[in-house]
Write a new protein. Structure first.
Length: 168
């Protein structure tokens, strides 16, 4: 028995060629040419503006530039999800949006936690690097550090220095 004959036998002959509508299957909206064009132009603008900000050195502080670029990136992610992935609160009964929000929350927690840990590790393990006013070691400055008189007197002269014994 064919599928059509089976539906007819069960009294499902009233669907008039619309398969799946009354069986609980819904087809997602795949967007129109207008939606894709709008998404494309928004994506181009959201790519070109940060490029211009960086290449033109429009903002003087690099931290401000970084935050502005992150904001543009976040907006671009939303544009791609809405116009190209067709994600909204209605698709798949809202479950795809809920999964997206959960993923975003996890990514935020992981990234902020990682940055927090790295900052504090750097601060606690390299305290001399955090302060610009401290003296730098001789190798960084490129000039020898001056010795005081007692240190200079206690140092053996190069003529009196004995060679180190061989480790063999």
């Amino acid at each position: 028995m064919s599928a059509h004959q089976e539906h007819t036998a069960h009294g499902h002959d009233d669907h008039n060629g619309h398969h799946g509508d009354h069986h609980g299957h819904t087809h997602a909206n795949h967007g129109s040419l207008k939606d894709y064009t709008t998404g494309f132009f928004l994506a181009v603008i959201l790519t070109a503006m940060p490029f211009w900000l960086v290449m033109g050195k429009v903002l003087s502080k690099s931290s401000t530039t970084g935050l502005v670029l992150l904001a543009f990136a976040a907006v671009q992610i939303v544009v791609h999800m809405v116009y190209f992935l067709h994600m909204n609160s209605k698709s798949e009964g809202g479950w795809s949006m809920l999964a997206l929000l959960f993923t975003g929350m996890l990514v935020f927690i992981m990234m902020s936690g990682s940055l927090w840990v790295m900052y504090h590790l750097n601060h606690n393990m390299m305290p001399a690097m955090m302060h610009e006013t401290e003296t730098k070691p001789e190798s960084i400055n490129g000039e020898p550090m001056p010795m005081s008189k007692p240190e200079a007197q206690s140092m053996p002269a190069a003529d009196n220095a004995k060679p180190m014994p061989s480790m063999q």
